[in-house]
Ligand binder design. Structure first.
Ligand code: 5GP
Ligand code: ZN
Length: 114
């Protein structure tokens, strides 16, 4: 399923440009347009899934997380460490309604997040 009004569906479809860094049959990884760390990649399902709250396909989720780890390796932050996070809903700070996991690294990340 794809949503014509969804920014990330349009990136998956190639209608909006993005810097892709890796892909699998069900997932795509691309650079965040406004990076919050030296490495900031978004890993998303090709299918339109609004957020983790409604994600039910364990295989798809596993593929996304495995891709996140692969991307971290590819970006050279596996040894120094990194964070994988998904924001859900308003309090979670989700601004794009298509499930995405942020892969952040390349500097010490604060905890807890603001
Ligand atoms: P959220 O705030 O929903 O957790 O994360 C959305 C992320 O998408 C933000 O980090 C934001 O910078 C990124 N973003 C928003 N619009 C675009 C875009 O058009 N292209 C790319 N590559 N990233 C985007
Ligand atoms: Zn979408």
């Amino acid at each position: 399923m794809s949503d014509a009004s969804c920014l990330f569906c349009r990136i998956v479809a190639g209608e909006i440009p993005a810097t892709l860094v890796a892909e699998t049959p069900h997932a795509v990884a691309f650079r965040d347009i406004a990076p919050k760390a030296p490495v900031h990649i978004l890993v998303i399902p090709r299918r339109h899934v609004t957020s983790l709250a409604v994600a039910t396909d364990a295989g798809e989720l596993g593929e996304i997380l495995a891709l996140a780890a692969r991307v971290a390796e590819q970006e050279g932050v596996s040894d120094t460490g990194y964070r994988v996070v998904t924001n859900v809903g308003e309090d979670g700070g989700q601004s794009v309604g298509h499930l995405h996991f942020h892969v952040l690294g390349g500097r010490a990340l604060g905890w807890p997040p603001g």
